[in-house]
Design a protein around this ligand. Structure first.
Ligand code: AMP
Ligand code: MG
Length: 293
């Protein structure tokens, strides 16, 4: 998943716990193999190669994740969109080349992007793209999904107190040693040693999307790895977004969506989801939250 995976468990039985942790890592590797679009053999790569031409049968697991991704697109006005893949690629090439992409090229690609180009048939469990150049990238939701599945594996192994972290997508189960819940610091994105705010989480997920872990600089400008699917350009206006939610998948998708939506529309979106909280650093490094601190 191109990031660091950490699992910490609190228990009195070392052997049983190590076995559960091993199984959770195996589950995360399994999910990576299915959803990694950079791996030619993954199910997502098969979809990207064929669904623009004909219907493709897919696993119920991939079908479900795509279906839920489309839901997050619909509620975020298209700000979260797994069809951003060709835009992600063009900006990656730009970064390697050291110059921003051509405006016309971006506009052409934007024409192939859009979650409404994905057709899912729940009876036959097939997927088809309406545009032969549409491709999907689950990078904005798959890490959160993997965290939730890893949590299920730990729960099945009898683990009650644990912390799972896949690159800033976290689920906090039960309690840290000797404490009530887990205490998680939200980094000040421009002063990474400083903790701007501390969250206490118990059986909750938290996910952060930031322009400070993955970004690139062209000229004097900093570009985020999160692309606004509507403009075809890297999202601007916020430095990081953190979402607390009951599921890591939801926190992951929403943190990406809010990064694109910005402060006002982003907080409005989060207010419509029960049990969620949002923390945004705007471009002046000011922390804005809902519910208010
Ligand atoms: P995250 O770090 O969870 O915010 O996800 C960022 C990753 O999701 C990027 O590296 C891309 O692979 C993908 N991505 C970029 N922009 C979007 C977007 N607007 N909607 C969905 N996925 C995106
Ligand atoms: Mg995300």
């Amino acid at each position: 998943m191109d990031t660091i995976v950490e699992i910490s468990c609190v228990s009195h039985d070392r052997e049983v716990t190590l076995r559960s942790i091993g199984e959770a890592f195996k589950e995360i590797e399994r999910i990576e193999k299915l959803f990694n679009r950079y791996d030619d053999k993954s199910e997502v790569s098969r979809v990207n190669a064929v669904a623009g031409i004909e219907e493709v049968s897919i696993s119920p697991e991939l079908f479900g994740l795509i279906e839920r991704s489309i839901h997050y697109s619909a509620v975020s006005g298209g700000s979260f969109d797994i069809t951003v893949m060709p835009l992600v690629d063009v900006w990656r090439v730009a970064k390697e080349r050291g110059s921003i992409p051509d405006e016309d090229e971006i506009n052409t690609i934007v024409g192939h992007v859009g979650y409404k180009k994905i057709l899912l048939d729940s009876d036959s469990l097939t997927i088809r793209f309406l545009d032969k150049d549409t491709k999907i990238d689950l990078g904005g939701i798959a890490k959160g999904y993997a965290v939730d599945r890893a949590k299920d594996v730990l729960v099945s192994g009898g683990i009650k107190d644990a912390l799972i972290n896949i690159g800033g997508n976290i689920f906090a189960m039960g309690n840290a040693p000797g404490r009530d819940g887990w205490h998680i610091g939200i980094q000040d994105p421009r002063h990474k040693r400083d903790i701007a705010y501390r969250l206490k989480l118990k059986n909750k997920a938290v996910s952060t999307s930031g322009d400070y872990e993955r970004f690139f600089i062209l000229g004097a400008k900093r570009f985020s790895h999160i692309i606004n699917p509507l403009t075809g350009k890297p999202a601007e206006g916020v430095i990081s977004t953190t979402i607390v939610s009951d599921s890591a998948e939801q926190a992951d998708a929403l943190s990406t969506a809010v990064f694109v939506l910005g402060v006002k529309k982003g907080t409005d979106l989060i207010r419509s989801f029960e049990g969620t909280e949002v923390f945004i650093f705007n471009e002046d490094s000011k922390l804005i939250s809902f519910p208010f601190l």
